[in-house]
Ligand binder design. Structure first.
Ligand SMILES: [Zn+2]
Length: 76
């Protein structure tokens, strides 16, 4: 079975040999994560009160992890 990478539309084999599926590569996977993170940041904080009870995941921890991954990516 083959799927298309959501970032660059390259065909990817859906198997254990493609650890980044549905992305073709780590680069595309990180691109997608980066777009998601930037979209989250551009959403205005007005209108909806953030509730800690609704957020079992630590957002700051995820953002720290993402920025660390991006740092690694840009070093290569
Ligand atoms: Zn790709």
């Amino acid at each position: 079975m083959r799927v298309k990478c959501p970032i660059c539309a390259k065909e990817v084999e859906w198997s254990a040999q493609s650890p980044f599926r549905p992305f073709c590569s780590k680069k595309c996977q990180l691109t997608d994560l980066g777009e998601w993170a930037s979209e989250e940041r551009t959403i205005p904080a007005t209108g909806k009160k953030p509730s800690e009870a609704d957020q079992p995941v630590d957002i700051e921890e995820i953002e720290a992890m993402l920025s660390q991954q991006q740092d690694d990516f840009f070093k290569h």
